[in-house]
Design a protein around this ligand. Structure first.
Ligand code: AMP
Length: 456
């Protein structure tokens, strides 16, 4: 297996030298990309050459275009303007672990293919399967799908997979983590043996290597920087703060830096709901996305966050997979994830595609072992900072990055909501969200500048 390590300087090449059709190049230009990202520069020539590929790349590296652009090029000879469904068999299948990622990949495919006569659509669970049928029946070349829903459509005979030439497994490590192996095996059995397979994964665990061994043929391996944090685009800080003081630490960060867009991670659905609710009560507009929210609620919350109408999106790991929010300036780990690898996924939400970002972790004494695991994975130690005094008493009056305007400090009135059992699927709009005074209605991430510089 050949391995090509990333060297962004040596790899400086132009899209125009990548043997892509002018119609595809036009879409790239309209997307505003000036040059390929390292994963694109490395992967595209191999995919164009028809090779199987094992790519280590996480969200934020430009991996979607890395597989979509050459895929479009390879399918161009089959493009047809005929209305007959028979002329539009599914030729490329892109599998993603989550609905959010499926939607996002689907949007990218639509963007990059807008000037070529190739049809695409996205199917995922949690929505009416019947509504997806008519689009499938008309025929399309590129299908983006989550595994379960794809199999539902196969069973309902809404689609055939026997003409698939290119299979893409996006975030394959996540698919295995989420228990999709049996579904994957069923899907693989339905595909022609003669095909090109591209596997994208943030990590190359043993199970991913086994998957590649079983289903890829003589793959080329390409790797971007193993861990995003190493490429300096994400500044990481760790604050030791007891659990009961975390919320005040969070509001302190948001207020002192006048943050208008922050993604906050919690470990559980309940915690995500609680934190979002408490933020809203503090006057910081917030919503939560987690597994108990319906697809529509999640999409609405994400849209509101992207549009700048809510400041904080509080998410669990599963719900946040694949979120693409341009130039997100800050990720806060309110609680560390169960699995160290999720930390890497989380901080990959910021500092995307070359933009700088910051990840702050609030860690209590119970979580120190998890932090050790993360450091083992990162192969580096993250310096631990301590809050000068219990956050609820002092409220960060000028120490390090948590310096906060003490004037914002106020104890929330008792809210019996917190003692009630959690009710899933509360519509996103019902959250008591109020934009911060003066919060703009458009994405403003790029305009953020921190007021205070972190200590150390
Ligand atoms: P991805 O890793 O595919 O989720 O992409 C992350 C972000 O990078 C998306 O917002 C893309 O639009 C953006 N992107 C992809 N390719 C490029 C490029 N060559 N130059 C600048 N941005 C890009």
């Amino acid at each position: 297996m050949a391995t090509y390590m990333t060297d962004p300087i040596a790899e400086k090449i132009l899209f125009s030298s990548l043997d892509l059709d002018p119609l595809i190049l036009r879409a790239i230009e309209e997307s505003g990309y000036s040059e390929p990202t390292p994963i694109q520069a490395q992967a595209i020539p191999h995919v164009l050459a028809g090779r199987d590929l094992m790519a280590m790349a996480q969200t934020g590296t430009g991996k979607t275009a890395a597989f979509t652009l050459p895929l479009l090029q390879r399918l161009l000879p089959y493009a047809s303007t005929s209305a007959s469904p028979a002329r539009h068999p599914i030729r490329a299948l892109i599998l993603t672990p989550t609905r959010e990622l499926a939607i996002q990949v689907g949007e990218s495919v639509a963007t990059y293919s807008k000037h070529v006569p190739l049809r695409s659509t996205v199917v995922y669970g949690g929505t009416d399967i019947k509504a997806q049928k008519p689009v499938l029946m008309k025929g399309l070349e590129i299908l983006v799908a989550t595994p379960g829903r794809l199999l539902d459509h196969v069973e309902s005979r809404n689609l055939m997979l026997n003409q698939v030439q290119i299979l893409i497994l996006d975030e394959a490590d996540r698919m295995l983590d989420m228990g999709f192996m049996p579904d994957l095996l069923r899907i693989l059995a339905l595909l022609p043996k003669q095909r090109q397979t591209l596997l994208f994964s943030a990590t190359f665990s043993d199970s991913i290597k086994k998957l590649a061994q079983d289903f890829l043929q003589h793959p080329v391996t390409v790797e971007t920087a193993r861990i995003k944090t190493e490429n300096e685009s994400v500044k990481q800080s760790v604050y030791m703060v007891e659990h009961e003081h975390k919320f005040h630490a969070l509001t302190g960060i948001i207020r002192s830096r006048e943050i208008r867009q922050v993604l906050v991670f919690t470990r559980t659905k309940l915690s995500a709901a609680l934190v979002a609710r408490k933020l809203a009560r503090e006057g910081i507009s917030a919503d939560a996305i987690h597994g108990d929210k319906t697809q529509l609620e999640r999409i609405k919350a994400l849209e509101a966050f992207k549009a700048g109408s809510i400041v904080a999106l509080v998410a669990t790991d599963v719900a946040a997979r694949g979120l693409d929010i341009d130039q997100l300036p800050l990720v806060v780990n309110y609680e560390l994830p169960m699995h160290a690898e999720d930390y890497v996924h989380r901080i990959g939400r910021t500092g995307r595609a070359g933009a700088s970002g910051e990840a702050v972790s609030l860690i209590d004494s119970q979580e120190e072992r998890k932090l050790d695991d993360i450091e083992k994975l990162l192969k580096r130690t993250l310096p631990r900072e301590h809050l000068p005094e219990p956050a609820h008493k002092r409220l960060y009056t000028g120490h390090g990055p948590l310096k906060a305007a003490a004037t914002h400090a106020r104890k929330p009135a008792a809210d019996d909501w917190f003692s009630k059992p959690y009710e899933p699927s509360k519509p996103a709009q019902q959250t008591e969200t109020q934009p911060l005074p003066g919060a703009p209605a458009k994405p403003v991430a790029a305009l953020f500048r921190r007021k205070t510089e972190p200590a150390g």
